[in-house]
Design a protein around this ligand. Sequence first.
Ligand SMILES: Cc1cc2nc3c(=O)[nH]c(=O)nc-3n(C[C@H](O)[C@H](O)[C@H](O)COP(=O)(O)OP(=O)(O)OC[C@H]3O[C@@H](n4cnc5c(N)ncnc54)[C@H](O)[C@@H]3O)c2cc1C
Length: 382
Amino acid sequence: MKTLNFKPVITSEKENNLRQEVRDFLKEHGKIKDAEVIDSWSVCDPEFSRALAQKGWLGMTWPAEYGGGNQSYLERYVMIEELLAAGAPVGAHWVADRQSGPLLLRFGTDEQRTHFLPKIIAGECFFAIGMSEPNSGSDLASIKTRAEKVDGGWLINGSKIWTSWAHVCHQMITLCRTAPETKDRHAGLSQLIVDLKQTGITIRPIENLAGDKHFNEIFFDDVFVPDNRLIGSVGEGWSQVMAELAFERSGPERFLSSYQLLEAAIKQLRKNGITHHAKMVIGEYTARLMVLRQMSLSVAKQLQEGKLPVNEASVVKDLGTSFEQDLPDAIRLIINSEPRPSEGEGIERLLSDAILKSPAFSLRGGTREILRGIIARGLGLR
Ligand SMILES: Cc1cc2nc3c(=O)[nH]c(=O)nc-3n(C[C@H](O)[C@H](O)[C@H](O)COP(=O)(O)OP(=O)(O)OC[C@H]3O[C@@H](n4cnc5c(N)ncnc54)[C@H](O)[C@@H]3O)c2cc1C
């Protein structure tokens, strides 16, 4: 039977120094001094993204020839772990930095890299993910949005859904059908970089359970995209999407979405006294968190080595999202506060936010059932 590779990683002095530098930056940055936020990587603040850009913390691992920092995946890991633990609003640049840039580095043309990467690094160009459609989420190969070849480019018709921050982003990597469906369901798909301000695009917000409007429906009505915005070759879309998901599934954002609640609970228990049972709960969740950090670091190291640890990334996402979803209920039973939405103070609002937002944690980026199917296949069991 195939096995999973999670070799332990110890961060170096350089990485530890960077951790301190990020903490110092966050302490000085007025906006998040007392931030208590659930799921801060879904909070969009372009100004904060530009402040990170000025520190050189966007495109950190990318080559210097495009303006990147040429730093390691472990340095990037340390930086984003600190931002997320502090509740920093990193949503605006998140997708461009985590997956669109790496995708262009791997599959894009030199013109695309030269055009987009410096803008992403400067915090001036944000990307959205255009994969899901109204009837195609888990079964992504069934997408219907078509890109038809025309003189000098492609004409897109169809729609996408659940597109995070499309109303703020500048560009979207859009998965389209460029040839009719055949027996090989993964053939005939291609990805195009679409300017979201292009004529023929309508973006309509969808309100989520927590009352936020962060994702959207997008409609394409004869949207023209020039030839030079095709990523890689025609028909390569599926393999690109699969590679992209390894970047998307394994980072600390997959277990830190409700972390601020854990911190706030520990603070309250320290102040008000802690029962034996509460100690056991905090111990259990701290142990789970420490294991997840090690697993995620190990995936970061493998990405650094040029590998695509799809199975390991799926394991991190499955265990990580279970952790961040279990946490609110566990905390609710050991603290002396009830969830209260916006009018609530501190921990009451955090608890309420975590309860409302956590169902989405295991849906976005691939559902639990889909991940478990991938893991089973990776182990040679399907
Ligand atoms: C907060 C949030 C942000 C998102 N942002 C984006 C974005 O920016 N861009 C984008 O493209 N998409 C985005 N999505 C969409 C997300 O990728 C999809 O919701 C997800 O892939 C699931 O697809 P679906 O919603 O169509 O559910 P479905 O695929 O219809 O699944 C419904 C249920 O059936 C189960 N199921 C489906 N197929 C199988 C199977 N074969 N075996 C067992 N069980 C199965 C699923 O696990 C799930 O529980 C976002 C979603 C959320 C919640």
